[in-house]
Design a protein around this ligand. Structure first.
Ligand SMILES: *[C@@H]1O[C@H](CO)[C@@H](O)[C@H](O)[C@H]1NC(C)=O
Ligand SMILES: *[C@@H]1O[C@H](CO)[C@@H](O)[C@H](O)[C@H]1NC(C)=O
Ligand SMILES: *[C@@H]1O[C@H](CO)[C@@H](O)[C@H](O)[C@H]1NC(C)=O
Ligand SMILES: *[C@@H]1O[C@H](CO)[C@@H](O)[C@H](O)[C@H]1NC(C)=O
Length: 496
């Protein structure tokens, strides 16, 4: 495989910059704790043998990779996803379609857009992967020097990339108009839709990469000690964060400090009770609306470590430093813009998007399918697949109907983006998703780059890794759909 040397070089620079950066706030003791050996294999969070067992049984995965993988090899993302091979097929098919099949955008553009999207979350795994693909598909190497080197037309996507990634509710028809307006660097609507689908796909995939602790290419120079940084470059500061989170979750948890087994039993019990209550009485429309607003407001306040992280260094300076030294920063404009500032500045107004006014099924699907043919079907299949996927198990229990739990996870992600389903009782979210799980969900969906193994480990301690990967798939797809809904609604408004 070509390009390896370049990648290692980038990687080394990146690692050096992290070490450099981390000298300040770190003391020796913490450094030692960070350097604990990691789980080898495709994920830093999941023991290698668990993933390998699944793969060993699964020749089908290999066939899928041969057919649909752009790189032609079984990368670490695919290996982890193959814990859910039915889903994997939908995923690979839609990804292959947007990267390789006939479509409005030239191939190198597609990969460059993937790079721009992944870079918003500093996801060097995806950036490196698409740097290779960009070159292989005939992309101009100079563009890889950064955003200043790309054509204005591509540069014009920066704004929508940034909004989609962090605050999609701010996207208006004016943003769309600006891009498609007749002129030198105008985008056609089909091209723009292709770009938006790619952006949303890669933002969401970055969530999956960090949320599942996907291991990057091994760097020979830093074979031990600092590899955790490869997964999560904020790791050195995360120890402090994790403590805060842990303390927060211990003190404010509704359930107190219970052992993990009774945690599971309690969750099952609550599911049962909710089911019974549902059959008895329904809350009024007003009450349902109030519950949504309450959940939405609370979701903004869920501490993810973003507010406390590296508290010895002012955040702005910290961000700047990371950005000016890291390798992926060259693909990012306005790096300080994020979900975090939005909530931190006390600007807690997140407008409510009524799902029934613009649904994926009735509106988004047909628009996207019309402008970029067939992608709607592929995405639709993938959304349904992840939502419906079940093995009817919860940890050690079998024969469980997990619909309620899957719905709570999906709707909670949409809730954090302001999207409300008026037939859903958001009281369920509060009953079903424990505090540590909410912390994990918010981190993975809003600032995935801050996910740590400890966050991953601290929720649902009795559950299997494959079940946690399933959670991640739900979060990823819910996030992607939320971004698409906002972007497509703006396009519809532009058209009408
Ligand atoms: C951009 O606008 C020009 C007119 O200035 C038009 O001919 C062209 O088709 C447009 N390009 C796209 C991609 O829509
Ligand atoms: C997958 O992770 C392993 C570390 O366990 C690493 O050696 C390998 O290079 C990674 N593969 C890819 C394609 O990134
Ligand atoms: C968390 O709580 C422990 C024990 O109460 C305390 O020692 C530690 O300093 C706390 N950590 C943070 C970051 O507040
Ligand atoms: C999803 O599951 C529901 C209920 O189990 C079923 O009615 C529906 O047909 C399923 N949809 C798909 C696409 O599998």
């Amino acid at each position: 495989v070509g390009g390896g040397g370049g990648r290692y070089r980038h990687w080394t620079n990146f690692m050096l910059s992290i070490r450099e950066h981390c000298k300040g706030p770190l003391n020796q003791e913490k450094r030692i704790r960070v350097s604990q050996p990691l789980t080898r294999g495709p994920s830093a969070f999941i023991p290698e043998k668990e993933v390998m067992q699944a793969n060993g049984l699964n020749e089908r995965t290999n066939l899928l990779v041969e057919e649909y993988s752009t790189s032609g090899r079984l990368d670490n993302i695919t290996q982890v996803m193959s814990l859910h091979s039915q889903y994997l097929e939908s995923f690979l098919r839609s990804q292959f379609y947007m990267l390789r099949m006939d479509g409005p955008l030239p191939l190198p553009y597609r990969h460059y857009i993937a790079i721009m999207a992944a870079a918003r979350h500093q996801c060097s795994y995806l950036v490196n992967m698409h740097v290779d693909e960009f070159l292989k598909t005939g992309g101009i190497a100079e563009w890889l020097n950064g955003l200043e080197y790309i054509p204005q037309r591509l540069k014009n996507l920066n704004e929508i990339n940034k909004l989609l990634a962090h605050r999609p509710w701010l996207i208006t028809k004016e943003h769309i108009q600006k891009l498609v307006k007749t002129g030198e660097n105008n985008w056609s609507l089909p091209e723009l839709v292709h770009a938006v689908v790619l952006l949303a796909h890669y933002h969401a995939l970055a969530s999956f990469v960090f949320g599942s602790g996907i291991n990057p290419e091994r760097d020979p120079d830093t074979s031990n000690g600092f590899r955790l940084i490869a997964v999560n470059k904020f790791c050195v500061c995360d120890l402090a964060n994790d403590n805060n989170i842990e303390n927060a979750s211990l003190t404010s948890s509704n359930f107190g400090f219970v052992d993990s087994l009774s945690e599971l039993e309690a969750l099952m019990e609550r599911m049962k009770r909710l089911q019974e209550e549902k059959e008895e009485e329904e809350a009024s429309q007003e009450e349902m609306a109030t519950r949504f607003e309450k959940e939405k407001k609370e979701s903004l306040l869920v501490v993810t470590g973003a507010d406390t992280f590296c508290s010895s260094v002012p955040n702005a300076a910290f961000d700047d430093e990371i950005v000016s030294t890291s390798d992926v920063s060259r693909y990012v404009e306005d790096p300080g813009f994020g979900y975090k500032d939005f909530a931190r500045r006390g600007e807690e107004h997140l407008p409510t998007f009524r799902a029934q006014d613009y649904t994926w099924e009735n509106h988004g699907f047909s628009l996207v399918n019309r402008l970029y043919s067939d992608i709607g079907h592929l995405l639709d299949e993938k959304f349904r697949m992840v939502y419906n996927l079940t093995y009817n198990t919860m940890a050690t229990h079998e024969g469980v109907d997990t619909t309620m739990l899957r719905r709570a996870l999906f709707n909670y992600v949409h809730c954090m983006f302001g999207i409300r389903y008026d037939d859903y009782d958001y009281g369920e979210v509060n009953q079903l998703l424990e505090r540590s799980l909410k912390v994990y969900i918010k981190t993975v969906t809003c600032y995935p780059e801050r996910t740590t193994k400890r966050m991953y480990d601290s929720y649902w301690r009795q559950f299997k890794h494959s079940e946690k990967v399933h959670v991640n798939l739900l979060l990823m797809e819910a996030r992607m759909q939320a971004e698409l809904l906002y972007a497509l609604r703006a396009i519809t408004r532009h058209l009408t």
